[in-house]
Ligand binder design. Structure first.
Ligand code: NAD
Length: 497
């Protein structure tokens, strides 16, 4: 029996007015239907926006600590159901169970962290330049927020957006990725069960061009928080500009690990395996480039290739599996296309390079862990986001050259350095043009209480996570209270000494 899932609009689970649905299947086993979901239209999006607009009138006045109580409850429910949520996610999205447990854990952490902001959301109280005048700043909710998310972190990324939006007093219309609607529904059901009132969180499944676009052009939507590709992010930015929405974009990456001649090589190999092949390379922070000092290049490459070739690829629900499938046929085709591009560009295929399509892999979108060696920094495989298990290893002669190569891409999400030299570690921390930087760790591993995001074509200056996320989902209001009972003119009248 195929379960049919609905949209959540104004507290009621309803089908799309289009009457159309779509099927979602397990990327590790194409015969396994996860469920049937609403193929919504602009009309569904408009109804959800209207519900969110009406709910805002009430929700913005609920005291933030009270809003937070519901979020603490939601965090508890997420923690209690972590295992079942992770299993659903692995079936839906493919990454191995350890990683989907981590994805749910990130949502738990974010929900607890942001619920704590219910009693903070600090503003500033400052002395006025005039007598008998009080000056302070407060955070105010913005209104209806459109939340548009990708498939690679089906619960963590929605939580990074929805939870800070709610604690600040906004209402939400959530359009999840078409490839991971079940995890989105699981998350929203928990918010509903925790007591979030009708209309405060609305969920509409369906395509980006239909539902997503309708949200971008709606005058009632005041914030758009988008995570996805740079290509779609540009469209989002353009569509939302005429109505001056607040637009928060988290986009692509081409992250680098730099390995210096004094690095602990075993540690660096471990980091490159996790950074390059975790989530089958489908993380925005995946280490798809490794720049290695020529003095240790051979030694590193031999170890890295031996370890990558031994990774067990398969169904993420199998505890023996170390790397799952690509999310879809389309994504696998992209990987295959880039492997061919790498060959034609003259990079040396050091391991992998093939899709896996027989035996246990016959019904999924599997690909071997793939390493290209002797890659030139200008090659397309070292410049463009592949979003698959393909790592380019690039030799360098010095720290300075590693930094030049590392920064020589259009993206600026995450970078890391392996070195024992504290001076170099700090210099690299300063020199890398990225939003996230690691020392002696791979490019992945962000924690929810620090800002997350990137520079250049990765972002547009905002950050999610940490208290920085509050700046996306609130407006500052500066408040002056004059209790002098007379007109006092700032910058013109002076206070007596
Ligand atoms: P995508 O850009 O294809 O889709 C992202 C979302 O946008 C989906 O919900 C999609 O339906 C929607 N969308 C598509 N077209 C739209 C339109 N015209 N208007 C409005 N919405 C539209 O990305 P994806 O394939 O789901 O995810 C992979 C990408 O996400 C990679 O580029 C990855 O680097 C990026 N990503 C970035 C971060 C980050 O924090 N920087 C995190 C995770 C993923």
């Amino acid at each position: 029996m195929r379960t049919v899932y609905s949209n959540l609009i104004d507290g009621t689970w309803v089908p799309s007015v289009s009457g159309n649905v779509f099927e979602n299947r397990n990327p590790a086993d194409d015969a396994d239907v996860i469920g049937v979901f609403q193929k919504s239209t602009a009309a569904d999006a408009a109804r959800a926006v209207d519900a969110a607009r009406r709910a805002f009138a009430h929700w913005r006045l609920v005291p933030a600590p009270k809003r937070a109580e519901l979020l603490f409850r939601a965090a508890q429910l997420l923690a209690e159901r972590k295992e079942a949520l992770a299993r659903d996610m692995t079936r839906e999205m493919g990454k191995v169970l350890d990683e989907t447990r981590g994805d749910v854990q990130e949502a738990i952490d974010m929900t607890y962290f942001m619920a704590g902001e219910g009693r903070r959301q600090y503003g500033q109280t400052v002395p006025s330049e005039l007598r008998d005048k009080f000056a302070m700043s407060i955070r105010q909710p913005v209104g209806v927020c459109a939340i548009i998310t990708p498939w690679n972190f089906p619960m963590a990324i929605p939580s990074w957006k929805i939870i800070p939006a709610l604690v600040c007093g906004n209402t939400v219309v959530f359009k999840p990725a078409t490839l991971t609607p079940l995890s989105a529904i699981n998350f929203v059901k928990i918010l509903e069960e925790a007591g979030i009132p009708p209309g405060v969180v609305n969920l509409v499944t369906g395509g980006g061009g239909d539902v997503g676009n309708a949200l971008l052009v709606s005058d009632a939507v005041r914030v758009v928080s988008f995570t996805g590709s740079t290509e779609v992010g540009r469209i989002v930015s353009e569509q939302a500009a005429p109505s001056f929405k607040k637009v928060h974009l988290e986009m692509g990456g081409k992250n680098v690990i730099m390995i210096m001649e004094d690095a602990n090589l075993e540690l660096a190999v471990e980091g490159c395996l996790w950074g390059g092949f975790g989530t089958s390379g489908q993380r925005c922070t995946a280490a798809s480039r490794v720049v290695v000092h020529e003095k240790v290049y051979r030694q590193f490459l031999d170890q890295f290739v031996a370890r990558a070739a031994a990774l067990r690829v398969g169904d993420g629900l199998d505890p023996a599996t170390q790397m799952g499938p690509s999310i879809s046929r389309g994504q696998l085709d992209t990987v295959i296309k880039y492997v061919e591009i790498g060959r034609q560009e003259g990079a040396r295929l050091a391991c992998g390079g093939h899709a896996l399509s027989s035996g246990a892999h016959a019904r999924g979108f599997f690909h071997e862990p793939t390493i290209f060696a002797d890659v030139a920094a200008s090659m397309r495989i070292a410049q463009e986001e592949i979003f698959g298990p393909v790592v380019s290893v690039i030799p360098c002669r010095s720290y300075e050259q590693a930094v030049t190569i590392g920064n020589g891409v259009q993206y600026g999400l995450s970078a890391s350095i392996y070195t024992q030299d504290v001076n170099r570690a700090f210099a690299a921390m300063r020199d890398m043009d990225t939003g996230i930087f690691y020392v002696n760790a791979p490019t992945i591993g962000a924690e929810v209480h620090l800002p997350f995001g990137g520079t250049k074509s990765t972002g547009n200056g905002h950050r999610e996570a940490g208290t920085a996320a509050l700046d996306v989902f609130s407006e500052w209001k500066s408040v002056y209270v004059d209790f002098s009972s007379k007109l006092q003119r700032a910058q013109i009248d002076t206070a007596d000494l």
